[in-house]
Ligand binder design. Sequence first.
Ligand code: SF4
Length: 292
Amino acid sequence: MTDVHLNIVIDPDAGVCPGVRRALKMVEVNLAKDILVAVGDVIHNKREINRLAELGLDTVDQNKVSDKTGLNRLKNKKAFIRSHGVAPELRALLESSASEIIDGTCGNVKKVQKLIEQFDKDGYQILVVGKANHPEVIGLIGHCVCNAVVLEEKNDLKKVRREKSVLLAQTTVSPEKFSRFRQSVIEQIPDVKVIDTTCPYIQKRRQKLVRFCHTVDVVLMVGGRQSSNTGILYELCQKVNSRSYRLESEDDIDMFWFRDGDTVGITGSASTPEWQLKKIADFIRSPFKGSK
Ligand code: SF4
């Protein structure tokens, strides 16, 4: 393998999305002057979480906030709400215990929360395409007083009631998934109101990623195992370039993925910081003499 020459390219459009970038900045600024407790992982990326923990960030499991131990960890400390946002009920609980709320909810997610709140008040059945156990979706449907239906799998369509309804999406859902559910829901409720709430940044990112995947021989999609956006973008890479691989760190790399003369493209999801892409590039460069 020592004679293999590779051209390594880092995707210039990769890096964390604006919502996550803003959240990370808020965490770093607050940690510099205070104790900060995050409610749930700030980012679906283990290595970045470890970096923030080294800076002093404490993280409490979102599901445990309502029990005594969770609340005690927040007592008189600043609580950080990540970009996924939270339901009003959880926010009220945080306000009752923390000294201050630092709200990192992404503006796009806030818009969807407000839409849901308004349509719920106006008597619509709320239908959300997304992952039922994803924190963003839990926060979104927490904005309904009435029952919302999360459409994750085909079977979920059975829960849809034939009444005045609005269909929205978790911000990171793929356009294909949203459009499949839109078609099925329209068949059940022809006058359903449809609002595409997928994130505009992610839509553009997908187009740029397709172009990037066409320009390289091998694609490395770097991202956390828990990150649904990494999974969605990885599927897209595979469709464009069959030599695409998903990895979390350099430990997952198999050098037999590469052939002499390959151009290897390193990219990431909305929750993959640039420093991790660089680390992968440095790792691949190290054993090959002559790699550019
Ligand atoms: S993916 Fe879009 S909606 Fe989600 S945090 Fe990032 S910018 Fe906000």
